[in-house]
Design a protein around this ligand. Structure first.
Ligand code: HEC
Ligand code: HEC
Length: 206
């Protein structure tokens, strides 16, 4: 019986990751066709009407603890939506909300936010030199020289400063709200002042 349960849960996990892989494929297929992309972006704008309450109409967030979604890589957005849905990433509002989204809504919303521009945020200029030094040394190899990310790693440039500071601290402290092994290693040597400097540097990048 135990074996059967283990087997059944393995099968379920595998089919869930297949389903996610095919959503990521769907993003690429749509992006390759300009007319399909435009239609998906328009549909994503409509489907995101409720998200706008917190993330803003164009993905520019309305409060300090809510991230901008504008300009973010669609593959990353889709993956975070999946993580909230599965409970791997924890947030009371997001976990509840995400359950109502159908697969096609998720794809369209990710494509919509990805193509809206994100303006750089205001920062404390006294933090920038230290932030840049740390970023170039510890972070740029994954997030990119200009922190614009790619399919594998999120964009950080222009993200809200308080949200960055909280997120980096959570990865470092392993609070269980957000876990990622690569990020746990990358942040393990950071002091609180380093995290503050990094978040000010990143928010003002274009
Ligand atoms: C009640 C406010 C609220 C609403 C409405 C809301 N969100 Fe969020 N969202 C948040 C907060 C807060 C976070 C950050 C959670 C954390 O600190 O990890 C977040 C995080 C996210 C992230 C992760 C971004 C990143 O950079 O990692 C995605 C993707 C997201 N939301 C998508 C959506 C979508 C799609 C909708 C609409 C279906 C939506 N949200 C509606 C508050 C909200
Ligand atoms: C080895 C690759 C790697 C390195 C080095 C790395 N990161 Fe990351 N980072 C990732 C991955 C992968 C994710 C997405 C993890 C997830 O799904 O939660 C991420 C996520 C993040 C996020 C969350 C973004 C969001 O929108 O919520 C922040 C902030 C971040 N990294 C900052 C940093 C900083 C600052 C450094 C340097 C101290 C750094 N990262 C170094 C791979 C890396």
């Amino acid at each position: 019986m135990r074996r059967l349960i283990v087997l059944a849960s393995m099968l379920l996990a595998t089919s869930a990751s297949w389903a996610q892989a095919s959503l990521q494929e769907r993003i690429k297929t749509i992006q390759a066709d300009p007319a399909a992309l435009q239609a998906a972006v328009d549909a994503g704008h409509k489907a995101s009407f409720f998200c706008a309450n917190c993330h803003g109409d164009k993905g520019i967030s309305k409060s300090a603890d809510v991230p901008n979604l504008a300009g973010q890589n669609p593959a990353y957005l889709l993956e975070q939506i999946r993580k909230f849905g599965s409970g791997e990433r924890k947030d009371a509002f997001m976990q509840g909300l995400i359950k109502v989204l159908k697969d096609e809504d998720r794809v369209q919303i990710a494509l919509f936010y990805a193509q809206t521009p994100v303006p750089p945020g205001a920062a404390d200029s006294g933090q920038l030199a230290r932030g840049k030094l740390l970023f170039d040394k510890l972070c740029a190899r994954c997030h990119g020289e200009q922190a614009r990310g790619n399919e594998m790693f999120p964009r950080l440039a222009g993200q809200r400063q308080p949200y960055l500071q909280t997120s980096i601290t959570r990865y470092r402290d392993g609070t269980g709200i957000r876990n990622n092994q690569l990020m746990a290693i990358a942040t393990s040597t950071l002091k609180d002042e380093d995290i503050r400097a990094l978040s000010h540097y990143l928010t003002q990048l274009p």
